[in-house]
Design a protein around this ligand. Structure first.
Ligand SMILES: NC(=O)C1=CN([C@@H]2O[C@H](COP(=O)(O)OP(=O)(O)OC[C@H]3O[C@@H](n4cnc5c(N)ncnc54)[C@H](O)[C@@H]3O)[C@@H](O)[C@H]2O)C=CC1
Ligand SMILES: O=C(O)CCC(=O)C(=O)O
Length: 446
């Protein structure tokens, strides 16, 4: 680490105590951006990096609600409005007990570069609550969402800040949040994305993050004249991203061996086929049960409390949560012959794990590039809402493919190393940074 990077990170630590995930995300970006900025005095002199790590605004609020027993529950709500240089704040809401300000700042920070990479006019934000939807009735989730939106509505808007889903926030929650926004404001507009198709949603938005991830993997494989056909894939998570990543892998002729939840993973050596995937979707989206039920139904192994990275594979797709793949997992993957890791989740690989992949010259795609398909189709949902029009499934899917292709090209542009290896992390960081930095320069010191 050079002296300027060390100095910058030390200042950051002092200003953001108790926020390890935020420090991790910024350190990763600063390490590739600072050497670039040193060769571009206009960015250095206008202190773009110092400004970009400060949220433009943070809103934090009380979320009281009544549970099914009539007892009062109190949660904490947040919205981090990180950067609006290239468009209105845009990014998901996470409902999970681990949510705190530092986690949301890391996610909002990543969103700056990701949204920029999509090529669409979207700034960056992220929000959520420490509310845990697990084990709650539909009525309780609705009560919580209504209370959450009763404060959030004054800070968001179709042209100012457009939230969407993330962990614990899917179609059900977006519906309750939208209903309450409409009730309070009287406005039916595109304030949220991930809406249902009947009320302003875009076709392909539910699929977009997982499909986009697989399109990105295909782009990487194509540089080695390879395809997904016959490849063994391990996947973590069993939520929105994992389900549709698995679906697209199966469609492309790959064999999906694992899927997981926060209690453990299943290993199905015969491969998860379409029918088994439908079972997983029903289990997770409707009955909201645990993944171990899959092992009982399909007579395969279940590993309680473990993550799937010890299973030999060609491609690994971490699709659950941050820091779920550590240095030992990375070593096990490399030893098992894995040659491609693409992040469906945000920051699932620790920095030490990424170092192992780089050293072994394994393809490694950071989430801000590989999972950008979700927010990209959210951007397309905003365009359709502005036009008061709905595009076909094929049109949205083709646009998603084009966007993933372009993001891959951006990574190549700034990430190609002297030995020919592509550092996708560096490529994504610099490419995402340049557009936002130029917009900030043009808009003066604000
Ligand atoms: N939904 C979207 O469009 C996008 C999501 N992402 C990221 O993808 C990841 C997954 O999000 P979704 O699939 O939307 O959420 P989800 O709520 O649908 O599913 C989350 C999955 O992760 C698992 N999980 C959660 N915490 C865990 C933990 N501590 N350990 C192990 N597993 C855990 C859950 O069991 C579940 O299978 C997150 O990192 C999210 O930020 C990134 C881009 C867009
Ligand atoms: O679709 C969106 O606006 C949010 C997606 C998201 O939260 C993410 O990219 O991590």
């Amino acid at each position: 680490m050079n002296e300027s990077i060390r100095h910058f990170i030390n200042n950051l630590k002092v200003r953001n105590p108790g926020e390890p995930e935020f420090l991790q995300a910024v350190t990763e970006v600063a390490t590739s951006i600072i050497p670039y900025i040193e060769s571009e005095p206009r960015y250095r002199n206008s202190r773009i990096l110092e400004r970009i790590v400060e949220p433009e605004r943070v809103v934090m609020f009380r979320v009281p609600w009544l549970d099914d027993k009539g007892e009062i529950q109190v949660n904490r709500g947040f919205r981090v409005q990180m950067n609006s240089a290239i468009g209105p704040y845009k990014g998901g809401l996470r409902f999970h007990p681990s949510v705190n300000l530092g986690v949301l700042k890391f996610l909002a920070f990543e969103q700056i570069f990701k949204n920029s990479l999509t090529g669409l006019p979207m700034g960056a934000g992220k929000g959520g609550s420490d509310f845990d939807p697990k084990g709650k009735s539909d009525n309780e989730v609705m009560k919580f969402c209504q209370s959450f939106m009763t404060e959030l509505y004054r800070h968001v808007g179709a042209d100012t800040d457009i939230p969407a889903g993330d962990i614990g926030v899917g179609g059900r929650e977006i519906g309750y949040l939208f209903g309450q926004y409409k009730r309070i404001t009287g406005a039916f507009n595109g304030v949220l994305t991930g809406k249902g198709n009947e009320w302003g949603g875009s076709l392909i938005r539910p699929e977009a993050t997982g499909y986009g991830l697989v399109y990105f993997v295909e782009e990487m494989l194509r540089t080695r004249e390879e395809s997904l056909l016959g490849k063994k894939v391990t996947i973590s998570g069993s939520g929105n991203v994992a389900q549709f990543a698995a679906e697209k892998c199966i469609e492309k002729g790959a064999k999906v061996l694992t899927i997981s939840d926060s209690e453990g993973f299943i290993y199905d050596p015969a491969g998860i086929d379409k029918e088994k995937l439908e079972y997983i979707k029903d289990l997770k989206n409707n009955t909201r049960g645990r993944i171990k039920k899959y092992a009982a139904k399909y007579h395969c192994e279940y590993f309680p409390g473990e993550r799937p990275w010890k299973i030999k594979c060609d491609i690994a797709l971490p699709n659950a949560t941050q820091n779920e793949l550590d240095v030992n997992d990375a070593r096990a993957l490399v030893k098992g012959g894995c040659s491609c890791v693409a992040e469906g989740a945000n920051m699932p690989c620790t920095p030490e794990a990424v170092a192992v992949f780089n050293k072994a010259q394994v393809f490694y795609a950071p989430g801000k590039a590989a999972n950008a398909g979700g927010v990209a189709v959210s951007g397309l949902e905003m365009s359709q809402n502005s036009q008061r029009y709905s595009w076909t499934r094929t049109k949205v899917d083709n646009k998603l493919k084009e966007i993933m292709h372009e993001i891959h090209a951006c990574c190549l542009k700034y990430g190609r190393m002297a030995d020919g290896h592509v550092n996708y992390e560096q490529g994504a960081n610099i490419s995402g940074f340049v557009k936002v930095a130029d917009a900030m320069l043009a808009q003066g010191v604000v």
